[in-house]
Design a protein around this ligand. Structure first.
Ligand SMILES: *Cc1c(COP(=O)(O)O)cnc(C)c1O
Length: 641
């Protein structure tokens, strides 16, 4: 939304901040700004709120440091309850004769406290777990307590995986082996015979409905998962022959994560329900339809089918799934199934906030060199100054063209040795001043010629943020996924600096130069000028899904510090930090690359001893150097500011 904040009589208020940063659009009622300009989180979607800045302050008091992951545990609960309630409502409204039996896919956020919170919040609804690997199944088996909730096993399975799942059956758990590939069928048959355990079996179907969005390749006929229709016929015959036909009870599909368009979901649901009905008519006791994940998050708040958005709500999703299953079953004259969903992203993304401190800025106009004395001045400098002062009364576009030409000339003159460094500095600085002025003029104008459109981006400041994109926002780097970003405080002050963000890795890809916007993608974000007297904190929101575990050790930064926050009605500020988890120390990350802190220290000590013997350093200096090295091994990998 174009909000012209550059006109003279515009007064910036906290409402302007809520609008500019899109809080009401992507926040789902969980974020707002208080009158002092602090960002608030409303964990339960009601009046109760926590100042996020207060959480940061308290975390620092506990010895933690940004970058910091904040988990709002009550927000996580709220999402679990919301999903379950909306399905319950949709089932009631449609007079649907089956029930809802959702599961949480562990791969979306495996952290124990996250899984525990989801399990506890979902207890009343018999909300279960989904796993896609042996380690995840091991988590599920131990964490799962409610015999009325499901465990769904997807993913490629070796014999150990199958055996482990069947052991779970022995404990009375309703645990489904969902067949991803044909070769699993004979192994499931054989292992269940050997153990004397009857398996519960589902088929994942390779739908012809292709997904849409960034993760579309999870479905369609070329997907790496699922059974084609001939394979389904073959697999079902094999089960029949083995006397396990009563074990096939579930149909599963998953069309990929973050499906932006509800039409895709409807089509896939209809197609999968047809499979369900056909198998039921073939005599299998089908009773569950698992519609997988894909329920999106509206990261940019545009409510569109753009890939970082979704053109539907959770309520609409629930209603459409229920309605379409019901009508396909009605047409086929088949009793409706219980409905399973495996929504991960939608449940966990909102609860987690990444806080980073802006620790420096890179600006083309931060220093203005002294001008060379008039007499000896190279004529080209005089010409550039004339453009800056607009002595010819030219249009912005003309000035830009002239300045570009002069800039190119100065580059050539410098390379050929006709311009010295001081003169080049003056030329560059003047050129950037011209660009800055043209960029500012453009913001006030109603119309900006195309060539000038990139100026704000070119002249934007780069705010250096203490974090690693590769650790904490991997999807932004890997697949251009956008996350909403906003300052945690000073939101009552007008943000007058156009900026992009760069991280502290030594990688030019470690940056954020695309930002969410309702209408388009922003190339810069407006932030506040840095203030030497107080740290400036930015929040990156909706980062609770996938980012934590997929992040990597680029530059050996590793995991960040983390706090788990709960609402507390008795506390003055309304919250308490239950757990705090330290991020990786230098020692930790060195261990991942086969170093050992003790050995490194010993190796350094030898060199120090040698230098002491040779009288290059004093023994006391040597000891101190070694102590400091050992201290750093125990310390943070990120910048300590
Ligand atoms: C990843 C995955 C999910 C979770 O998808 P979301 O879009 O995050 O809800 C669900 N089911 C399967 C089979 C998956 O692979």
């Amino acid at each position: 939304m174009k909000q012209n904040t550059d006109t003279k009589d515009f007064v910036w208020t906290v409402a302007s901040a809520e609008k500019y940063y899109g809080l009401k659009r992507w926040g789902g009622g969980h974020f707002s700004v208080d009158e002092d300009g602090f960002m608030l989180v409303h964990p339960s979607g009601d009046q109760r709120s926590i100042r996020i800045h207060d959480i940061v302050t308290e975390a620092i008091g506990k010895g933690l440091k940004p970058p910091l992951t904040i988990r709002i545990q009550d927000l996580l609960r709220t999402r679990v309850v919301e999903l379950n309630e909306l399905f319950t409502q949709a089932i009631q409204n449609e007079d649907y004769q089956g029930s809802y039996r959702g599961v949480f896919p562990i791969k979306v956020n495996q952290l124990r406290e996250v899984i525990e919170e989801i399990r506890d919040a979902g207890k009343a609804y018999h909300f279960g777990l989904e796993c896609g690997s042996k380690p995840e199944l091991m988590i599920a088996l131990a964490m799962h307590k409610d015999p009325e909730s499901l465990i769904i096993c997807n993913g490629y399975k070796d014999n150990e995986f199958i055996k482990l799942a069947l052991q779970g059956r022995r404990l009375g758990k309703e645990i489904f082996l969902v067949v991803e590939q044909l070769s699993e069928v004979p192994r499931i048959i054989q292992i269940s015979k050997k153990l004397g355990v009857r398996p519960l079996i589902g088929f994942r179907v390779k739908l012809s409905t292709a997904g849409e969005g960034k993760w579309a390749s999870s479905s369609g006929e070329d997907a790496k998962f699922g059974l084609t229709s001939p394979e389904i016929i073959d697999a079902s015959r094999r089960l029949k022959r083995a006397g396990l036909d009563d074990c096939l009870q579930l149909i599963h599909f998953h069309i990929g994560s973050q499906v932006p368009n509800i039409q895709t979901i409807k089509k896939a649901t209809v197609e999968a329900t047809r499979f369900f009905c056909e198998l039921k008519k073939m005599g299998f006791p089908m009773r569950l339809l698992d519609v997988g994940g894909g329920l999106g998050i509206d990261y940019d708040g545009s409510r569109s089918n753009y890939e970082s958005s979704m053109n539907y709500t959770m309520r609409e999703y629930a209603r459409d799934v229920v309605y379409n299953i019901k009508s396909v079953c009605a047409d086929a004259g088949v009793a409706v199934p219980d409905i399973v969903t495996e929504s991960g992203r939608s449940i966990v993304a909102p609860h987690s906030i990444l806080v980073t401190q802006v620790c420096d800025r890179i600006s083309k106009t931060s220093v203005s060199p002294k001008l060379a004395s008039k007499k000896k001045r190279n004529p080209i400098l005089v010409e550039l100054e004339a453009i800056l002062l607009n002595q010819h009364g030219s249009s912005p576009l003309e000035r830009f063209h002239d300045a570009q030409q002069k800039k190119e000339e100065t580059n050539n003159l410098f390379s050929l040795g006709y311009l010295n460094l001081t003169e080049k500095a003056e030329a560059d600085a003047t050129y950037w001043k011209i660009c800055k002025e043209l960029s500012d003029l453009g913001k006030q104008a109603n119309y900006t010629p195309e060539e000038l459109e990139s100026l704000p981006q070119m002249m934007a400041e780069q705010y250096v943020c203490n974090f690693s994109v590769f650790q904490s926002l991997i999807d932004h780097w890997a697949c251009d996924q956008l996350f909403p970003i906003a300052p945690l405080h000073r939101l009552n002050e007008s943000p007058d600096v156009d900026a992009t963000l760069v991280d502290i890795t030594c990688d030019s890809e470690g940056k954020v130069s695309e930002f969410t916007d309702v209408e388009d993608v922003r190339k810069t974000i407006r932030l506040h000028p840095l203030d030497a007297k107080q740290p400036y904190y930015l929040g990156v929101f909706l980062v609770g899904a996938y980012q934590d575990i997929m992040g990597d050790l680029h530059n050996l930064f590793g995991r960040v510090d983390e706090v788990h926050v709960f609402l507390e009605d008795d506390e003055e500020d309304g919250f308490y930090i239950e757990d705090s988890i330290k991020g990786f120390t230098v020692n930790d990350v060195l261990g991942f690359t086969q170093y050992d802190g003790h050995i490194l220290t010993r190796q350094l000590k030898k060199q120090i001893d040698r230098a002491t013997k040779a009288d290059i350093i004093k023994p006391r200096e040597g000891t101190r150097m070694l102590d400091e090295y050992a201290e750093l091994l125990r310390g943070h990998t990120y910048l300590v500011t």
